[in-house]
Design a protein around this ligand. Sequence first.
Ligand code: FAD
Ligand code: NAD
Length: 476
Amino acid sequence: MTENTNLKIAVVGGGPGGYAAAFLAADLGMTVVLIDPEANPGGVCLYRGCIPSKALLHVAKLIDESAHAKNWGIDFAPPTIDLPRLRSWKEGVIKKLTGGLGQLSKKRKVEYVQGKAAFENSNTLRITKAGGEESRSFDRIILATGSRPSIVPSLHIDSPRMMDSTGALDLATVPESLLVVGGGYIGLELGTVYAALGAKVTIVEMQAGLLPGADRDLVLPLHKRLEKICSAILLNTTVASVKEEAGGIRVTFKDAQGQTRDEVFEKILVSVGRKPNSEIPGLDKTQVVVGNRGFIQVNKQLQTGDPNIYAIGDVVGEPMLAHKASHEGRTAVEAIAGHKVEFAPNAIPAVVFTDPEIAWCGLTEAQAKDANREVTIARFPWAASGRAMTLDRTEGMTKLLLDPKTERVLGVGIVGAGAGELIAEGVLAMEMGATATDISMTIHPHPTLSETVMQSAEVFFGTSTDIYRPKTASAS
Ligand code: FAD
Ligand code: NAD
């Protein structure tokens, strides 16, 4: 293998795709410039995405769990919420992490430029920064410009009562009533946070169910819990119009039958998806091709239509997840270095960090049905898990989708407390080509929720120690 590491590389965008790419390129010996408007690397994920939302979700979980503790004979007084201190704790987490990435850039001798990049040609960027503009040329350029919230024109009014995810994470106030438009990842995660902090939350989703991409049996326990903590969950419903008035925003809902009704909310969070940041100035001076949904087109090496330019992360397509961006970033750099690589994961995990959490990887049941693919589904209900019982969280479920002939794991789905941590075993199983036998023969620690993965494999064989489900009844 010939190493091609004596190169000068620019990485445009300092999110989890961009900084992972920049750091690996430096580790391989390349000269690297990383360009981003913020003072330190981090991108959406660290400044206004994954990290602040998870910090707030942790707080929400604590509030809920302390209220729930009365079931175990422990009574806590209702919490007093000090918003400025909560905000400053969250900001502190962001500062530590992004500052740490700044330090790691320095240690690796990555030149970090705070600014915005535009193209002059396939090798030359014009960088606008505080001190003015400069043109710099590179052997290769990696685009990692990420994404931004989608805007729905009918919901677009200029009012401080309207928030996107960035505004919601700022946590300026806890409104008395909050409408969340879109029952996807952001709507459910941030809706949960505001509900725990005391807002009356209504969720409106235009599809027939929340989290349309996830299997229904995984969504059900979450839906049931959201019904308890939210004022209303409106499905098959859209927002026809919004109008600001003295006490809030008057919203007109339209249901599947075309019926309309009005309600006034103090604030609205719009979370209806994200759009790729592919409108990079001067991109038309290169051979980069942008597809009709706005994603930059790349091959399996993450190379665009322009041989000198690679693109990674949210800007190249779904799933728009931080770990996918980082993995693509590392693959692009290895491809540039001349390694024989391609981005072809067996599974990319998805985690919705609500309570309960939902996590899945590989094939979903809905995808198997759509593709008419024969699968055996082995489910282990957490009601039979000793660990779930000790946590008083028996609503969860772990399921494996298996090839009935080869017993190979094709997909894993988990709903329940900590599902986001548990799914990593499913991803490893899929990457290693594991079978139900491999999983059932792997000794899992007791009592843990991780046992439910092994127990699902035992269900496949009709021999689960903890539930009686003979083989004939195991397939569904
Ligand atoms: P980004 O992180 O979007 O970074 C792109 C960077 O490029 C930005 O800093 C941008 O300013 C910069 N940029 C753009 N144009 C230019 C230019 N011309 N010049 C220089 N710089 C430029 N994903 C998960 O996996 N787990 C989660 O828990 C999770 N939670 C999320 C919560 C929220 C509220 C949101 C909004 C997103 C969340 N995501 C989560 C998604 C995750 O944030 C993205 O998938 C991830 O950040 C994408 O990384 P990226 O490197 O492609 O781009
Ligand atoms: P999303 O695609 O997850 O969900 C958007 C939802 O809005 C969908 O259910 C859609 O049917 C609905 N919708 C669209 N238009 C609507 C309308 N006019 N009225 C009512 N409902 C409407 O998008 P998101 O929640 O904005 O999140 C964007 C992306 O960010 C996610 O897809 C994910 O890739 C990423 N993200 C990931 C995490 C995580 O990994 N935990 C967390 C947050 C965000």
